[in-house]
Design a protein around this ligand. Structure first.
Ligand SMILES: *[C@@H]1O[C@H](CO)[C@@H](O)[C@H](O)[C@H]1NC(C)=O
Ligand SMILES: *[C@@H]1O[C@H](CO)[C@@H](O)[C@H](O)[C@H]1NC(C)=O
Ligand SMILES: *[C@@H]1O[C@H](CO)[C@@H](O)[C@H](O)[C@H]1NC(C)=O
Length: 193
């Protein structure tokens, strides 16, 4: 199966595929411990527009709230222009597998999965979006409890993204902190992305 997928990706669908890897969430992932404030300190996304404007990417701050049933709500601000802050809300529904969530992407109109690949809860977290490994949909992000992380963690993140098939140019570690405040979690079923 692995070989088949690899061959299909490299010959037929090579423009859309990253490396086929069966990414698993961290064992015994605990959403309560993962809750709270995070900074997105690194990101890889093989999208031409993202790569073109990657130098404008800022370190965004987000707040993750664990719901009673083990799902998670993430709210984030992103600066989209001078003094313009755009809030994004995501509802990550839990699945039967701890550390694996799903949500509906308004942008692509599909259900995407979120895999909590690795975290030590108090310092960093690596999160993969869309593990079917499609260049248009798949992103991997490095989160930190602080806006900058130890260089070893940034290096480890870069190597991990490269190992998944991301190009070096698609990996960004922004240097400037987004000045937007965290939005209040609000009652809406609308999630942006
Ligand atoms: C968990 O609760 C949220 C509301 O906080 C709800 O939208 C979601 O459907 C629930 N998910 C599961 C798997 O029960
Ligand atoms: C996570 O990493 C930080 C910094 O190295 C360390 O202080 C902390 O103890 C680690 N947490 C766990 C749960 O290993
Ligand atoms: C999560 O978000 C949903 C939809 O906005 C909301 O109904 C729910 O109350 C939120 N749960 C928590 C714990 O914030």
């Amino acid at each position: 199966m692995f070989l088949l997928v690899t061959i299909l990706c490299s010959i037929v669908l090579w423009t859309h595929c990253l490396h086929y890897t069966d990414v698993q969430p961290q064992q015994d992932f605990d959403v309560e411990q993962f809750a709270g404030e995070w900074y997105r300190v690194g990101m890889a996304y093989e999208n031409p527009a993202f790569i073109k404007y990657k130098n404008r990417l800022l370190i965004s701050k987000g707040l993750l709230v664990a719901t009673e049933n083990g799902s998670a709500n993430l709210s984030m601000w992103t600066m989209t222009g001078p003094k313009k802050c755009l809030p994004s809300f995501y509802e990550y529904e839990k699945t039967d597998v701890p550390g694996l969530f799903t949500y509906f992407s308004q942008r692509h109109k599909i259900i995407k999965d979120i895999t909590m690949v690795e975290t030590n809860y108090t310092e960093y977290g690596v999160v993969l979006k869309y593990k079917k490994m499609d260049k248009e949909y798949t992103q991997v992000a490095l989160y930190g409890r602080t806006p900058t992380l130890r260089p070893e963690l940034e290096d480890k993140f870069r190597k991990y993204a490269l190992s998944l098939g991301f190009s070096a140019e698609s990996i960004v570690i922004p240097a400037i902190l987004d000045p937007c405040p965290i939005p209040e979690p609000k009652n809406t079923t609308e999630a942006t992305d």
